[in-house]
Design a protein around this ligand. Structure first.
Ligand code: ADP
Ligand code: MN
Length: 326
């Protein structure tokens, strides 16, 4: 991999330019703290079925890259020590802190199977500060939790993008929106992210199919997390769905296909695009951002995160009811 293969990836939440994608768009390179690496490694190494049940719900973890910062053409390179370009021109404090961020995680890029992904980052939990955070940060984070939906509902709409059918471009709703709304306004937020027909949005029956499947997955994530003793501070639920209706429809058909028929097909047909690039995906939902997530044996599950997932399930139910009544 050369530096030219590294491009920007749509980044919905997040505070820095710390996330890059490879040019083929399949992998994502994220600057990381040791805590996040530990979490991905622990899940990769786990044999406990309660922990391995989390694997399908986080991005695939392929390994780490060592950052070299400035590119030195004379520097020796190897498979495990690949130069990458500086992650931000206007380097933030995060990028400057070379002791803290010496490496990056190589993760599955969840946007890759999509043509025009609508993407929503929802910050989970009622607690936004790490136990080691300095007192001023703790005070700030308590205030943020109290003045947003976080404390009451266990979640906050961090930010989202929704494609505009007319222009063909994604429209970003920034952090300020999710921070400004009350719990009572959450249905409006979900309506903005799951619009029906119009200039944005899928036809109602297709959107409903996606919402139903998505809801089952969120319920599964909730059930898995109810059996794991951890504290997830500042992690997100990332929801993606295809805004290109034809492709979303194709993706649903693929998901609900009969596997027996599929075997038949693969005997008849040559390798096609779907084999190379993977089938189209109608939607996806995963947990991301584990910079402050730790296993906490003996302390039980993270009730704030479970509350947030319950809120999301409730909002999905309301959205489905509203779409059905259209
Ligand atoms: P930060 O610590 O900057 O908040 P995140 O892990 O939350 O880092 O990533 C920031 C943003 O990057 C997310 O809101 C999401 O839009 C995007 N992102 C992160 N991980 C992935 C992934 N595996 N696939 C696709 N997009 C991702
Ligand atoms: Mn984040």
């Amino acid at each position: 991999m050369t530096t030219e293969n590294i491009a920007r990836s749509p980044q919905i939440g997040g505070h820095t330019d710390g996330v890059l994608a490879t040019e083929d768009d399949m992998l994502l390179i994220k600057q990381a703290l040791p805590v996040e690496l530990q979490f991905y490694r622990a899940i990769a190494a786990a044999s406990d079925p309660q922990i391995t049940a989390l694997r399908p719900w986080i991005p695939r973890f392929l390994g780490t890259l060592t950052l070299q910062g400035e590119i030195d053409p004379d520097a020796p390179t190897s498979e495990t020590n690949i130069p990458v370009k500086p992650l931000s021109e206007s380097s933030s404090s995060r990028n400057d802190n070379k002791d803290e961020f010496g490496f990056s995680l190589v993760l599955e890029n969840l946007t890759h199977p999509f043509s025009k992904p609508n993407i929503l980052d929802i910050k989970l939990g009622t607690v936004l500060y790490d136990e080691n955070a300095p007192p001023d940060k703790v005070a700030r984070m308590i205030k943020t939790a109290e003045t947003t939906t976080t404390l009451r509902t266990g979640m906050r709409l961090t930010a989202f993008q929704v494609y505009d059918n007319a222009s063909g471009d994604p429209v970003l709703t920034p952090k300020t929106y999710g921070k400004s709304i009350s719990a009572e306004q959450l249905p409006e937020g979900f309506e903005r992210f799951f619009p029906v027909a119009g200039t944005q949005g899928l036809p109602a029956p297709l959107l409903l199919q996606i919402l139903e499947l998505l809801r089952e997955d969120v319920q599964d994530i909730r059930d898995v997390l109810a059996d794991i003793e951890l504290r997830m501070i500042g992690a997100s639920l990332l929801i993606l769905y295809e805004s290109d209706a034809a492709r979303a429809e194709e993706g649903i058909k693929w998901m609900l296909r009969d596997p027996d028929e599929d075997e038949q097909e693969s005997e008849d047909e040559d390798e096609d695009d779907e084999e190379e690039d993977g089938p189209p995906r109608p939607y996806d939902v995963r947990l991301i951002d584990f910079a402050h997530t730790r296993f906490t044996a003996g302390k039980g599950p993270d009730d704030g995160v479970l509350l947030g997932l319950d809120t999301i399930l409730d909002q999905l139910d309301r959205r489905m009811a509203a779409v059905r009544s259209i």
